[in-house]
Design a protein around this ligand. Structure first.
Ligand code: NAP
Length: 257
């Protein structure tokens, strides 16, 4: 087994399920030292992820925060994880932050209420912004920040305008922050998944017609798996990606190229 993340401390938001869980397991397989499994409403799913990480011989802690609370949740999450990291490793230092938690309501412009808009922008953009701000003093030299975006910033998505725009803001933030973090060897990148087999899509992918059209988006003629995306994130988190920063990496399976 390669150990590209040997002894690294990582915090992954929304890693109870889906892509975040796959990222946590990919990091554990690469020998991470401690993984923070952040969740909101599913403690059982978070515990299942921490157990699976521990089964790979890696320390894991579950940390809860509802990112609908924006900066307050980001500060609380950072404080909780720093305390846990100090207890587990003797240091509050962090090597890798993955801003993965997100929601993607399918609401066209006409039906987007202010409440939906605010919730999407808060979870997908405001909370990652303030989480990066909160961890900035804890993140070690040569650390990694990876933000999870969406292919909908490249492919027009009239079904999800607020969602697509929230991720567009996250991508712009990725570029804006890269120079300052680079002074300490820290890279800041984003990954854009395409349609990926997770709970987020389970309902609409249950329809054979919808699944066929989702499969047809990719040049590989299938829907993505969470580990297809997680492996790209694990690469960006590793030393192998030290020369890549401020970039938006496509992990859509060549959707509509
Ligand atoms: N799946 C796709 O096709 C796809 C495509 C493009 C981009 N993405 C992006 O990839 C990321 C992960 O998506 P996914 O499909 O893995 O999602 P998912 O299966 O729905 O899991 C969502 C994760 O985010 C957490 N979460 C939900 N609401 C939250 C809140 N208010 N505060 C904090 N955490 C919250 C959940 O925690 P609980 O378990 O506690 O609820 C869960 O861990 C998202 O940013 C999404 O936009 C996904």
């Amino acid at each position: 087994m390669s150990q590209k993340l040997a002894d690294k401390t990582a915090l992954i938001t929304g890693s109870s399920r889906g892509i975040g869980r796959a990222v946590a397991l990919a990091f554990a397989k690469e020998g991470a030292g401690l993984i923070g499994v952040h969740y909101t409403a599913n403690p059982d799913a978070a515990q299942s992820t921490t157990r699976d990480i521990e089964a790979l011989g890696v320390k894991a802690v579950a940390v809860q925060a509802d990112l609908r609370q924006g900066k307050q949740a980001a500060d609380n999450l950072c404080a909780q994880f720093s305390e846990a990291a100090r207890a587990e490793t003797g240091s509050a230092g962090l090597d890798i932050l993955v801003n993965n938690a997100g929601i993607a309501p399918a609401v066209p412009l006409k039906h987007t209420t202010e409440a939906v808009f605010d919730e999407v922008m808060t979870i997908n953009y405001k909370a990652p912004f303030f989480l990066i701000q909160a961890v900035a003093d804890h993140i070690r030299d040569n650390g990694r920040i990876v933000n999870v975006s969406t292919g909908f910033t490249r492919i027009a998505a009239p079904t999800h305008p607020a969602y697509a725009a929230s991720k567009g803001a996250l991508e712009t933030l990725t570029l804006a922050l890269a120079p300052d973090f680079a002074t300490r060897g820290i890279t800041v990148n984003a990954v854009m998944p395409g349609v990926t087999e997770t709970d987020m899509n389970a309902e609409w992918l249950a329809s054979p017609e919808a699944r066929a059209s989702a499969e047809a988006l990719s040049v590989f003629s299938r829907v993505g798996r969470a580990d297809d995306v997680a492996d790209v994130i694990a690469f960006l988190a590793s030393n192998d990606a030290r020369w890549t920063t401020g970039q938006i990496i496509d992990a859509t399976g060549g959707a509509r190229i």
